[in-house]
Design a protein around this ligand. Sequence first.
Ligand SMILES: O=P(O)(O)OC[C@H]1O[C@H](OP(=O)(O)OP(=O)(O)O)[C@H](O)[C@@H]1O
Ligand SMILES: Nc1ncnc2[nH]cnc12
Length: 196
Amino acid sequence: MEEGAPGEFFRPNPRPEAAGFGDLRAYIRDIPDYPRPGIVFRDITPLLLDPGALSAAVARIAAFASARDVQFVVAAEARGFILGGALARELGAGFVPARKPGKLPARTVSAEYILEYGVDALEMHADALAHGANVLVHDDLLATGGTARALCDLVEQLGGHVVGCAFLAELSFLGGRERLAPFDVHALVDYPSERA
Ligand SMILES: O=P(O)(O)OC[C@H]1O[C@H](OP(=O)(O)OP(=O)(O)O)[C@H](O)[C@@H]1O
Ligand SMILES: Nc1ncnc2[nH]cnc12
């Protein structure tokens, strides 16, 4: 095939303003009883497959952040990386990965967070942020808030300034937003209950 020519998977990528993608919830799939009975997993992969919905998601999160003079987007491994880089590009900001322990090669700072069973941690490079830098914290989904809280703690350990926390989706019945107080929290899609 000629280089740069649309292949069989080519789909047009209209700007979200023109396409009017409406409620992005339509692109998030419910998977009942995953990873455990009683949990409804909110699967964002259908949204990622649709160029227009993907573009709309990035543009809408960027719109929340655009007046905040964001210098860096900090996002959590793994799903936070999916939109995080695109968001940084859209905002003209840098991107800082927060990774699971032992994955970053240089000196790190670390923050622990509570999981349903036990404790995990995220690390960031100690030299990732200039003191006083304006940071947007991003992840795909806000549940209990443990992961995002750890991201905020890492930013503050390095002297950064959290200017907001932005998510594609929020499970508001789990109270993550309260856990992130006093930071400003924005999510494009809310799930007020566990119901599928
Ligand atoms: O608000 P919380 O209760 O902390 O939950 C939200 C986190 O859970 C998911 O990540 P997960 O830990 O499943 O890891 P993954 O990104 O590697 O799939 C999701 O991507 C968020 O990072
Ligand atoms: N219900 C859920 N769906 C998708 N990701 C999650 N992360 C934590 N809870 C989740």
